[in-house]
Structures are given as C-alpha cells and as structure tokens.
Design a protein around this ligand. Structure first.
Ligand code: G6P
Length: 367
C-alpha cells in the first residue's frame, strides 16, 4: 500500500474527505480567480464550430456525463447525445462530421470507453477526454485533454474523481457557451465565482457526517432504496443508488422524480426508504410535490436539501440532511457528498468490504 489511509478507516472515506482539496486543485487549471476568467487548454480545433456533442462513459463517469448533458444544452445550446460506452459502440450511432465526442473516465483505460473513443475518432469526431490518469491510453488518444487532478483513487467506488469530473465539465460547458457567443463577460465572471465556491461548500457539506451516519443506521435495514431528483440532481439520484448498490449490496434505484408515478410509486410502502435530493431552486416545488406523493402512500423520506428547503418541506420526513445553500451550478458537486457518505456509512454498518466490494473492479479493461 503505497498510498496510506492516514487516520481514516478506509480509502473511500479518505477520498471523500479529499474532495475540497482536489476539486480546488482541479479548478486551478480551468479558472483564473484574479480576473475571473475561464482558462481551458486551447484545443487544436475551433470550439465555436462544434454542432453536436456526443458524451460516452461508464459507471460513475457516465453520471458525470449526464450532468454535463444538462449543462451543455442549457448554457451552450448545443445538442448532446449521451451513451454508456457498451451501447454506443454497437448501436450504429449516427455520427455527423463536425461533432465533438467527449469521453469521461477516471482510469482512462476502461475497455468499452476506449473502444468507443477509437470508433468516434475513425468517424472523424474531435476527441475530448476528461481523465484522471494523465498517462492513460485515453489521454494519449485525445485531441483535447482535460485532466482531473483528483490524485490516485484507490476505493473501487469512485468518489473524488466524480466531483473533479463535474468541476471540469462545468468549466467546459461554460467554455463552449463562450465560444458560441452565449456567455457574456459578466456571465463568465459569475460562473468562475460560483465554481470557485465549490471547495468551501464541499467542506461545509462534510460537516454533516454525523447526521448522515445516524440516517445510515436506518437505511442499512432496508432491502430496497429509491433515490429521486430532478434536473442535474436526477443523475445524482442515479449515482447515489449506484454507490449504495456497489458497496452495501442493498438494491437501490435512482429515478427522475417526475417519472416515479410511471412505475416505482407502486413499490412505495414503509419499508422502502426514499432519498430525495432537492436543493432549493427552480425545480424544488416540483420535486417536493413528488416527495409528498411518496409520503401520502406511507413512504419514509430522507430529504437532502438546504436550510430553506428543509424549513419548507422537512416536516413529516423520516430524516433531513441539511446542505449549505449553493448556486445550482455547483449543487451536483456539493450534493455528491451526502450520497457518498450515506452509502459509505450504510456499508460500514453492514460490515461489507467498502474499498473492495465483491465482484467489482476499479478499472474494467475487458469488454
Ligand atoms: C468500474 C468502477 C467504477 C467506475 C467505472 C468506470 O466499474 O468500479 O467506479 O465508475 O468502472 O471507470 P472509469 O475509470 O472509466 O471512470
């Protein structure tokens, strides 16, 4: 073990706690605080000419890509296709010239993602790669290399690489928006300012570990858990469910809160905890009304929101987890912390092998 766990019991919790520092480290390459500007590595192609973005990844990196899809479409108004790598390769995707294909990977070696990258390259796409290992195969094959500076990630379930990916993707989305003439200087300053607030907000989120630990003892008894979110918090619901499955072996599903009525609502009873990720903001009321549909059916809700959100909707929940109030742009980074900590403490309560969960590999180099 070349890298030590320090005072921590597992690599995973150490890596969760590293997030304020590694996100700050990552952001340093993508923004300049002094004049509040974005500083992306200069691509050897013209970003303003990009007509379509195809995002491909696996696992947790795929969920970072899903958040990015919301951002690219919202800020840059560029249409985005999104696929898991194993589907992208074999579904005969229509890839038009002039597109940007974006691959996201902690390791840079995931076999399916790498094969998808090579396919997109052959199809004449410009290749951008968000990767944590700068010497990896994907890094070498990119036209535009966008490193995350998370440092080595040992825990099989990805944590700090994910939040660093989000930081890079937010900067890339803003860059693309700027290249497309959709980001004024003032908007750019405000994006930089909000992104720069992420490390402190991640720190503040970590301060709620004890509350989350208490919630985890309840969740550890469940057989099934549902995660709900809207907008960029929908991918976070998927990521929360993935984290819980990976390390605690509890069956969990993430769902778009508004889609719950088309199926999972049938599962709701007092034995299926529902984790609702709902920072206050434009989608808050809608999410809360989905949450109330759960409560009306006897479902037990854990609401993760900020102080205002919890004041407004926290009554009647099994538990609430208060996050710092943050700009919606950085909410996916900040709300990663409680879903990671929840999965971690459930796994610890259950006594599973947190860093080396059964049947999983850190880097999947077979198809
Ligand atoms: C494996 C790991 C996950 C990871 C996924 C994608 O399944 O267990 O934690 O998210 O691979 O890996 P990558 O290195 O491409 O991000």
């Amino acid at each position: 073990e070349l890298i030590s766990k320090g005072n921590h019991r597992h690599y995973m919790i150490k890596e969760i706690y590293e997030q304020p520092i590694v996100v700050a480290q990552t952001l340093r390459s993508y923004l300049r605080r002094i004049d509040e500007t974005l500083t992306l590595p200069i691509p050897d192609f013209d970003l303003s000419q990009i007509k379509r973005v195809t995002i491909v990844a696996c696992g947790t990196s795929f969920y970072a890509g899903m958040v990015a899809k919301y951002w690219f479409e919202q800020f840059a108004r560029v249409p985005v296709d999104l696929d898991v790598a194993s589907e992208f390769r074999y579904r005969a995707p229509v890839i038009e010239p002039g597109g940007l294909a974006l691959f996201i990977s902690q390791s840079g070696e995931t076999a399916d993602t790498l094969a998808a990258l090579r396919h997109a390259r052959e199809e004449g796409q410009k290749i951008a790669v968000v990767v944590n290992v700068p010497t990896s195969s994907m890094a070498r094959e990119a036209h535009l290399l966008l490193p995350t500076h998370a440092g080595p990630e040992i825990g099989v379930a990805s944590t700090k690489a994910f939040t660093c990916q989000l930081a890079v993707l937010a900067a890339l989305a803003a860059n693309l928006a700027r290249a497309k003439g959709r980001l004024s200087d003032e908007d750019e300053h405000s994006v930089v300012k909000h992104l720069a607030e992420a490390p402190a907000a991640l720190n503040a989120a970590l301060a709620y570990e004890d509350t989350i630990k208490a919630v985890a003892t309840e969740i550890a008894m469940a057989r099934d858990v549902l995660y709900l979110g809207r907008g960029t918090n929908y991918p976070l619901a998927l990521e929360g469910a993935l984290k819980l499955k990976e390390i605690s072996y509890i069956h969990a599903e993430g769902y778009a809160a508004g889609e719950m009525k088309h199926g999972p609502i049938a599962l709701i009873d007092e034995t299926v905890p529902v984790i609702v990720i709902a920072p206050s903001g434009p989608l808050f009321e809608k999410t809360v009304s989905n949450m109330q549909e759960v409560q009306a059916r006897g479902g037990k809700v854990v609401l993760i929101s900020d102080y205002d959100g919890i004041q407004e909707a926290g009554a009647g929940c099994l538990a609430t987890i208060t996050m710092p109030k943050v700009h919606p742009l950085i909410a996916p980074l900040v709300y990663s912390v409680p879903v990671q900590l929840l999965a971690y403490h459930v796994a610890v309560t259950k006594g599973t092998d947190v860093d080396q969960p059964r049947n999983l590999a850190k880097s999947v180099t077979v198809e």
